[in-house]
Design a protein around this ligand. Structure first.
Ligand SMILES: [Zn+2]
Length: 156
């Protein structure tokens, strides 16, 4: 965009210089030559204007894409801020839990994977007995210690 702008300004300066030459022309042949130069300069300006418009359209598309991306990131950040990191007392493992003030209505109490959370992704952990399992990254978080096995019969 900057190079297109510099080129367009250079074309304008050329046209201005040619116009000055036209004004100070002393004969018809000088005026005709200056008019031809001015027409050529104006055609160049038209081309440069088109290039400038194309560059501007590209920048506008890029701005729209960045604006949408920013909105998506802000929505995601707002959503993730509704969770807090909690520790499971029995194992010391941690996961992100929906803050109590957001539980209710359409939202049930649940946990997010801390690994995915750190990447800005939301993955709801699934309970699997004594652990929580992340379906996205396969991380397993143990929330209960394994109980010692009870013998089914006593040895005498
Ligand atoms: Zn995960």
């Amino acid at each position: 965009m900057l190079s297109e702008t510099v080129t367009a300004l250079g074309g304008l300066k050329t046209a201005f210089d040619v116009a000055k030459a036209l004004i100070s022309a002393k004969s018809d042949s000088e005026r005709l030559a200056a008019i031809a130069d001015l027409q050529a300069a104006l055609i160049d300006i038209q081309h440069q204007t088109l290039a400038l418009q194309a560059a501007m359209a590209e920048l506008q598309d890029e701005a729209i894409t960045l604006r949408r991306s920013n909105e998506t990131l802000q929505r995601r950040s707002t959503d993730l801020s509704r969770y807090q990191l909690v520790k499971f007392d029995e194992t010391g493992a941690a996961a992100y839990r929906l803050r109590p003030e957001h539980v209710g209505g359409d939202e049930i109490d649940h946990y997010l994977c801390p690994n995915c959370y750190q990447k800005g992704e939301k993955s709801i952990l699934q309970e699997d007995g004594r652990s929580l399992f992340c379906p996205s990254c396969a991380m397993r978080i143990y929330i209960r210690k394994q109980r010692p096995l009870r013998p089914s019969h006593r040895l005498v």
